[in-house]
Design a protein around this ligand. Structure first.
Ligand code: BJW
Length: 254
């Protein structure tokens, strides 16, 4: 029934894999000042502090305990079995979508596993945590690599490709994101504007001012397998296709 799907994921989809979100209780921003660790100015002031912030997260991701959950796996299944176009745009810098098997994937806020040359913007895979010894091989003199992440005030990655996908999608689903950071928070408006159906999956209730047509409240790992099955069966999501006899209870947000 759907031909082109765009999915936006945020920190909430990785929460059940043990990675902290930003703005929930116990989120990363409770312990770290945004202006210190998530701005180019903070990095210029104290690169070691910023590297330490990312190294802790890098180590957690590589210590063997963190794995993709049923939410990531459901999206990988959708990509494999869906007959139309699909793009997963993630704001997350972890690699749990890749580990689950997603390939049509765009990391709009960068990747924890990479460092970037500040001069040429070439990226390099990091095999171990960051440090001053991590330099590029593209410049003379070699440049100290910076984290390959998008900080406040910097341009997100792949916006042209995302815009193109949003302009022609007929289904847009946002999963586990608070919708506070732009431009990602505005994707729903673009999708609505082009006539797509828009669905939000979140642990918490829909915001009163939500722009989404439907809200699915619950854990991503529980909601997504069922939602993906419905899409793959060719069911269009509507209040009548998901009534209260389903565990998937759709709430029309408007
Ligand atoms: C679950 C769950 C479960 C939990 N199941 N759900 C004034 C107005 C408008 C915009 C601006 C403004 N002033 C400045 C701006 C621009 C600024 C911005 O948006 N600021 C706002 C804060 C106001 N944006 C930028 O600067 C961006 N660049 C930019 O705008 O460039 C210019 C431009 C111009 C024109 C066009 C386009 C661009 C860059 C933003 C960079 C964000 N970087 C970070 C750090 C990245 C690296 C890192 O990971 O450290 O990205 S900040 C942080 O927030 C990170 C995330 O990707 C991002 C979003 O967070 P997310 O994923 O939504 O997480 P949370 O914690 O907020 O929410 C988790 C959600 O999950 C919650 O809702 C839970 O309920 C839910 N949940 N468990 C389902 N099991």
């Amino acid at each position: 029934m759907y031909r082109q799907i765009v999915i936006l994921t945020g920190a909430g989809i990785s929460a059940e894999s043990g990675l902290r979100t930003f703005r929930d209780q116990d989120g990363l921003w409770e312990e770290h000042k945004i202006e210190d660790v998530a701005t180019p100015e903070g990095y210029a002031r104290d690169p070691e502090l910023v590297e330490a912030f990312y190294n802790t997260r890098w180590s957690q991701l590589h210590n063997g305990d963190v794995e993709p959950n049923e939410g990531h796996l459901a999206l990988a299944k959708l990509e494999k079995e869906f007959d139309g176009e699909l793009l997963v745009v993630t704001q997350n810098i972890d690699d749990l979508h890749e580990r689950a098997g997603s390939r049509r994937l765009l990391h709009m806020h960068g990747e924890l596993s990479k460092g970037r040359c500040p001069r040429s913007r070439q990226t390099f895979i990091l095999k171990d945590p960051f440090g001053p010894a991590h330099t590029c091989t593209c410049c003379i003199p070699a440049q100290r690599l910076r984290p390959h992440v998008v900080w406040f005030g910097e341009m997100p990655i792949g916006l042209d490709r995302i815009q193109h996908a949003l302009d022609s999608c007929d289904l847009f689903i946002a999963i586990g994101t608070s919708g506070t950071v732009y431009p990602a928070a505005g994707f729903v408006d673009t999708a609505n504007h082009h006539g797509a159906q828009t669905i939000e999956v979140n642990l918490v209730e829909a915001d009163r001012h939500s722009q989404f047509q439907y809200h699915l409240q619950g854990k991503a790992s529980q909601v997504l397998p069922e939602l993906v099955d419905k899409i793959l069966k060719g069911q269009v999501i509507s209040n009548s296709s998901c009534d209260v006899t389903d565990s998937l209870v759709l709430k029309s947000a408007n």
